[in-house]
Design a protein. Sequence first.
Length: 335
Amino acid sequence: MPLTVRFHRLGGPEVLQLDDLPTAEPGPGELRLRVTAIGLNRAEVAFRQGRYIDRPRSFPCGLGYEAAGVVSAIGPAVAGFAPGHRVSVVPAFSQNDYGTYGEEVVVPAAAVVRRAAGVGAITSAAAWMQYLTPYGALVDSGGGLRAGDSVVVTAANSSVGLATIQLARLVGALPIAVVRSGEQTGAVLAAGAARVVVGGGDELVEAVLAETDGRGADFVFDAVAGPGVRDLYRATATGGSLVVHGTLSGEPTPFPGTDDMRAVSLRAYTLFEVTRSPERLRRAERFIGAGLASGALRPVVDRTFDLTEIVAAHEYLESGARAGKVVVTVGGRAS
């Protein structure tokens, strides 16, 4: 029987266990995937801890948003896929209903995209969460990021941060990276950052204003939230956009413009805006797939683990030592 990662209670990485489960048959609108690689995300850590926006409803519970693999079976009313197709799973569902941590998984066909020619399983498993996140907020949104624009990227050494820098370069924009320590500058410069700012406060504001000739950034893409949004607001151009897509600080986020009311667009964003819209997901599939195939988008994979090392993989994911994506391979299948 195929192995599936589940947790039977909330907690740290140690609650993850490998369970032998019968092979599931896909129902209407579903397909079964023989998994070759799994991309890990902070959302899965938060889900396991009971701190995610979507909390476990019952135990045992599976988890996982991303995977690459080969279709092994399709259910009724599924079009466009057949056994043998190489595909990737994108975050478009609740982890209470589906998960990707396993040797064989059933997922909704609406959450599956075809793998671009020449793109390997590890690259494909590492790509979709990190590129869909900035694509939907910065490129596919109204008044999207264009050539000549500037964008501030916080938590820039994360997988999403590095992807945002690459995506900005792809459309001809100027990425300004914000990191917590000088040790993280190498990875963001390699990804294409025009400038790196360590820390926040007045130094951040001054650096962004200097890089943008005093105007401020056209876009700010913030994964941290909390009190730091006040500085990010000050670094945003009048008429610009400040988009918050994460809450890594864990602190309350104040309304940032109380002392300086300017025409700045403020919004919260999740990639489900894209993945749960068939039309927007197809556009994203074409854009990101083309970037992966051409090499313009190159997922940064920090480290890989085997599925049997899932506890160690989550420990590393939580350690903060990584620069880029953590990927789990399944039984030597990652091709």
